[in-house]
Design a protein around this ligand. Structure first.
Ligand code: NAD
Length: 454
C-alpha cells in the first residue's frame, strides 16, 4: 500500500510548496536502502570518524577499513575538521565508568553531529551493564542506551540512526559484522537499539564480507508473500538454498521465488495433522539437515479480550508460538546443523502490547522468551537463536488495518514512515551470517525507533 506522505515528499514542487506555506505536515525522508547481494567493498563510499580511547576503537576502525570505508581516528580534544561531513560517527565508550565520564559523549558528538550527513549512522560501543565491575559502571553503560535512543529520535528526520553495541570481555573478535550491519544501508529502519555481543555460541568467527550464506540450507516458514518472501529473497541472494514452507494457497508465491533461487517448497498448513513431520521428513530426505531456520509464519486475530472467541485466541497462539516452537524442537536434535542460525519473527506488539492483541502480544512475547532460553543450550553447538521484532511494516497484514490505527502505526516512529519487508529481511539475513556469532538469545527491534516498545 502506498504511503501518500512519502509519495508527496518525493515530489520537489509539492515539498517546496508545503515548506513555503509553512504547513504543519511532516514530510518524511525516504530511507536509503541497499539493493542486491552483499559486496566486499559495501562501505567504500563512507567517511567514518572513530573516537574514544578504549580498546574497541581500533577494533572498529579495522573492521570498517576492511569493508572499504575511509576511517579517521580522532582524539577527544581535537577540533572537528572543516571538510565534508562524515557519514558515520563511532564512539568507544567502553572505558567510561563514572557519571562524570559521560561528558565524553558530549565532547565527541556535540561538535560533530550537525555535520553528519543525511542517512548517517551513529554507533556507540560499550560493555554489557550486567557484567560491569561496579554499580556505577553499570549505570554509566546503561546510560549509553538512553543516549542512543534520544539521539536516534533527533536524527530520524534526516533518516539517520543511532545504535549501541555492548561488547562482552573476550567478544571483541565478534564486533565486525554487527558494526558493519548498523553502519550499512541494511539497517536503515533500525535505530535506538542495543545488541550485546558475547561468547555464548561457541565457535570460530568466520566473518565473510561477500556471499556469506553460500552452501547453507535455509528453511523459511510463511515464505509465500510479505515479510517471509522478502526474507527468502535476501537469503537466496546471499547464496542459501531455500526450503520454503507455506499453506497450499501460497504455492504460486513459493514457485515464483524458486524460479529465482535454488531450493524446494512444502505446501502445508503448519497446524494440520502431521505437518511438522512432513516438513522435517522433507528436510531430512532432501538435504540431510538445515543451517538456517526462520520461523516467520504468523497471523493476527484482533479483538479486545472481552470480545475474543476461544478459537481466535488459539489460532493466533497455535500458529505464531506453538508451530514455531514445534518445528524448532523437531529440527533441533538432529537436523539443525552445527553453527546454525534460528530466527523468530516476533513483533513490537510482543514488547509493548496493543489493545485488541492480547493473543498476538502473548504469542510474540512468548517467542522472545523462547529464543532467550534456547540460546545457551544451542550455543554449545555454535548455533545462535534470536528474534527480530518488526514495527509497522507495509504488507498485506497492515494494509488490512483500519485507516486511523494504520496511519498512527506508520507515523509514530523517528522516521515518520512504515518499514518495508526488505528491512526485516536485511536484519534476519545479518543474524543468519557467520559473522553474527556473538549475538544470541536477543531481540532486535526493526521499527524505526517506534514509540511503542523498549
Ligand atoms: P502475511 O500475512 O503477509 O504473511 C504471513 C504468511 O504466513 C502467509 O504467507 C501465510 O500463508 C503464512 N501462514 C500463516 N499461517 C500459516 C500456517 N498455519 N501454516 C503455514 N503458513 C502460514 O504477514 P506479514 O506481514 O508478512 O508477517 C510476517 C510475520 O511478521 C508474521 O509473523 C507477523 O506476525 C510478523 N509481523 C508483521 C508486522 C507487519 O507490520 N507486517 C509487524 C510485526 C510482526
Amino acid at each position: 500500500m502506498s504511503d501518500y506522505l512519502l509519495d508527496l515528499a518525493k515530489n520537489p514542487y509539492a515539498r517546496q510548496a508545503i515548506q513555503t506555506l509553512g504547513l504543519p505536515i511532516p514530510l518524511p525522508r525516504s530511507l536509503r536502502r541497499a539493493e542486491g547481494a552483499d559486496r566486499a567493498d559495501a562501505l567504500a563510499t563512507l567517511r567514518v570518524i572513530v573516537g574514544g580511547e578504549g580498546p574497541l576503537a581500533p577494533v572498529a576502525s579495522d573492521a570498517l577499513t576492511q569493508a572499504g570505508a575511509a576511517v579517521s581516528r580522532v582524539e577527544l580534544q581535537s577540533e572537528p575538521g572543516h571538510g565534508d561531513g562524515p557519514h558515520v560517527l563511532v564512539f568507544d565508550a567502553s572505558t567510561l565508568s563514572q557519571s562524570s565520564d559521560l561528558a565524553q559523549l558530549h565532547a565527541f558528538f556535540h561538535p560533530r553531529v550537525r555535520a553528519l550527513k543525511a542517512d548517517g549512522r551513529v554507533v556507540v560501543l560499550g560493555r554489557p551493564p550486567a557484567k560491569c565491575a561496579s554499580p556505577a559502571a553499570a549505570a554509566v553503560q546503561r546510560a549509553l542506551l538512553g543516549f542512543v535512543k534520544s539521539l536516534g529520535k533527533e536524527l530520524g528526520r534526516k533518516a539517520s540512526t543511532a545504535n549501541l553495541l555492548w561488547v562482552g570481555e573476550g567478544a571483541e573478535a565478534r564486533v565486525a559484522a554487527p558494526l558493519r550491519f548498523f553502519v550499512s544501508q541494511r539497517a536503515a529502519f533500525v535505530s535506538g537499539q542495543a545488541l550485546t555481543l558475547g561468547k555464548t555460541a561457541r565457535s570460530e568467527v568466520h566473518d565473510l564480507l561477500a556471499a556469506p550464506l553460500a552452501g547453507k540450507v535455509a528453511l523459511v516458514t510463511g515464505a509465500a508473500r510479505g515479510i517471509g518472501a522478502a526474507i527468502a529473497t535476501r537469503l537466496g541472494e546471499e547464496g542459501a538454498t531455500l526450503v520454503l514452507v507455506d499453506r497450499p494457497e501460497g504455492q504460486a508465491g513459493m514457485d515464483a521465488l524458486l524460479r529465482q533461487f535454488s531450493g524446494t517448497s512444502v505446501a502445508v498448513d503448519l497446524l494440520s495433522e502431521g505437518a511438522i513431520e512432513q516438513v522435517t521428513q522433507h528436510v531430512s530426505d532432501t538435504y540431510g539437515g538445515v543451517d538456517l531456520l526462520v520461523n516467520n509464519a504468523g497471523v493476527t486475530r484482533d479483538r479486545t479480550l472481552a470480545k475474543m472467541s476461544a478459537q481466535w485466541w488459539s489460532l493466533c497462539l497455535d500458529v505464531n508460538l506453538g508451530a514455531a516452537m514445534a518445528l524448532t524442537e523437531a529440527l533441533r536434535p538432529k537436523l539443525l546443523r552445527r553453527d546454525g542460525r534460528v530466527v523468530f519473527i516476533s513483533s513490537i506488539g510482543g514488547i509493548a502490547g496493543n489493545p485488541g492483541q492480547t493473543n498476538y502480544g502473548a504469542s510474540k512475547a512468548g517467542l522472545i522468551g523462547y529464543a532467550a532460553a534456547l540460546g545457551t543450550p544451542l550455543g554449545r553447538r555454535g548455533i545462535t537463536v534470536n528474534c527480530v521484532a518488526p514495527g509497522f511494516i507495509e504488507t498485506a497484514m497492515t494494509a488490512a488495518m483500519p485507516a486511523v490505527p494504520r496511519e498512527a502505526g506508520r507515523r509514530l516512529n523517528a522516521v515518520s514512515q512504515g518499514g518495508l519487508p526488505q528491512d526485516i529481511a536485511d536484519a534476519v539475513t545479518f543474524l543468519c551470517t557467520p559473522g553474527a556469532l556473538g549475538v544470541t538469545g536477543q531481540t532486535l527491534r526493526v521499527c524505526g525507533l517506534h514509540v511503542a516498545g523498549a
